[in-house]
Design a protein around this ligand. Structure first.
Ligand code: ZN
Length: 510
């Protein structure tokens, strides 16, 4: 398998062939994981867990094997002759993955896996019982083990700082010194907008989005929209799952899931647009790089930029609904009288709330700012685990002006910490900032309003294919954003988009 026009050397071929085995194991696990969330009968769970653990072990063994170390070193030597070449990008990405996998001793990896699985069970029960004490010890263990792991990652040269080493696991190269100014400007700018919306006295009429929407009609409409976006159903499928997700096994097989509410069409449709946005990215990765280190999506932040661009900047825009509304009315005849002007505000509410996953696009990033600040306090040893519920509530009160009466809707709301996923949350906000910057750049050369109003979404996809998808992991995420938009990532584009919508809906001049 060659990744350049020149024939592959022996070193390159041996390295990529071993790597393809590792990716194949990952794909096998991915298919089983997809099945587990969609069609597997419940009694299959324990055995499936064993099979997935075996595959994970096999993948880890291959990743840390002397054979791979040898061929990777040989490929690195060869890539040194052309540091900007494709092979150099392949070895850079492989080295990063191998370093992370090798940095943490096997015994610690096993302890982490055991602790995470106990903490996950404890968290579920604690949230149901609204009892933080029942989760406190397991959370403390997860934090201690994560600190230990982060120490090993720092020693291995992944990052200079433990929290940066955790961020790097989800957003390679991201650091708190890069994120802090971005999230601080969101904190400073969004809080006043959210308060002004609350003080405006305007309550958005959401009845155009509510009523009765039969599930099969929602499926048909969502399927049609995904197809219009360019999602290739010959290389994908749409199934039902409790939590919507996207999973891909190379660009020719990228599957999405959804769930719906019969009394509100928004979660179903925007869920499909969100996941189809993720899937378009994976379907657009270069086929000739499938199974190689750079044949994957570059980071969770860039992944999330693709889903949110389609969900929010396309799916919640007026011009899109000029095209979509007649089709919507045909599918849901009870909504035949709804106009774009009546529907649009219901797609852009701003109501401070306690729960991140139910938050609107204006308040969402404040939920992330809160988690970013709290996680840093944890990893800088500035807070005791027992004090986290209070720190959580105080931070929410400061940022969003709301305080949870119950801990289940406060510090216990998210699954992430129970799984040991610290440093994950900022990728959601990076997605919002990146998508706004990409879309603003796209609009310099494309009349997206006219295209959307005509339902011609193809040029938008082509722009993303050209500037984002086809590069895979060829460039690190910050460099990819800069190449696509001509400047480093900033919060300006997202904030100006949000000021625009909030001024239209709430009459705020922030
Ligand atoms: Zn997503």
């Amino acid at each position: 398998m060659s990744t350049t026009d020149a024939p592959a050397s022996e070193a390159e071929a041996s390295f990529l062939s071993l790597w393809a085995d590792i990716e194949a194991i990952g794909s096998a696990a991915g298919v089983l994981g997809w099945d587990q969330e969609t069609y597997m009968p419940p009694k299959g769970q324990p055995r499936r867990g064993q099979v997935l653990a075996t595959l994970a072990g096999l993948g880890h063994d291959k990743l840390t094997s002397p054979e791979l170390a040898d061929v990777l070193a040989a490929a690195e030597t060869e890539a040194g002759g052309d540091p900007d070449g494709v092979l150099a990008a392949q070895t850079r990405e492989a080295r990063r993955t191998v370093t992370r996998a090798s940095a943490i001793p096997a015994d610690l990896t096993r302890r982490v896996a055991g602790a995470n699985s106990r903490a996950l069970a404890a968290w579920r029960q604690a949230r149901e019982d609204n009892d933080f004490k029942a989760f406190e010890d397991d959370l403390a263990t997860n934090i201690a083990l994560t600190k230990e792991s982060a120490g090993y990652l720092v020693d291995a040269g992944i990052a200079d700082d433990p929290y940066d080493a955790l961020l790097d696991g989800f957003e390679p190269g991201a650091t708190r010194s890069q994120l802090t100014p971005l999230l601080r400007s969101l904190r400073d700018e969004l809080s006043p907008i959210v308060r002004a919306a609350a003080d405006s006295g305007i309550r958005v009429d959401e009845t155009p989005a509510k009523g009765f929407f039969p599930t099969d009609a929602q499926f048909a409409f969502g399927h049609m929209v995904a197809e219009q976006m360019g999602y290739d159903f010959e290389a994908g499928r749409l199934d039902v799952s409790a939590h919507p997700f996207t999973t891909g096994f190379g660009p020719k097989d990228v599957r999405i899931t959804w769930r719906s509410e019969e009394e509100d069409f928004r979660p179903g449709l925007f869920g499909i647009m969100h996941e189809a946005g993720h899937a378009l990215y994976e379907q657009g990765l270069p086929d000739e790089w499938a199974g190689t280190p750079i044949g994957n999506a570059v980071s969770l932040g860039v992944h999330e930029s693709q889903s949110r661009l389609w969900e929010n900047l396309v799916g919640r825009s007026r011009p899109f609904w000029q095209w979509a509304l007649p089709r919507f009315a045909e599918t849901f005849p009870s909504k035949a009288d709804v106009t774009v002007d009546a529907l649009w505000p219901a797609l852009h509410t701003c109501v401070p709330s306690l729960i991140r996953v139910e938050a609107d696009e204006a308040t969402y990033n404040l939920h992330i700012v809160a988690r970013f600040e709290i996680e840093q306090a944890i990893f800088d040893d500035e807070v005791e685990v027992g004090d986290l519920p209070t720190l959580w509530d105080d931070t929410y009160e400061e940022l969003l002006g709301v305080r949870s009466p119950v801990v289940a809707d406060g510090v216990l709301q998210d699954i992430h910490w129970s799984m040991g996923a610290f440093g994950y949350f900022p990728t959601y906000t990076l997605g919002n900032l990146i998508n706004a910057q990409l879309f603003a750049t796209m609009r310099e050369t494309l009349d997206t309003d006219a295209l959307l109003a005509a339902g011609d979404l193809r040029p938008i996809l082509e722009w993303l294919r050209e500037n984002v998808h086809r590069h895979g992991r060829r460039y690190p995420a910050p460099e990819l954003v800069e190449r696509a938009t001509g400047r480093p990532l900033t919060a300006d584009y997202f904030l100006s988009y949000l000021r625009g919508t909030m001024s239209d809906v709430y009459g705020i001049n922030a």
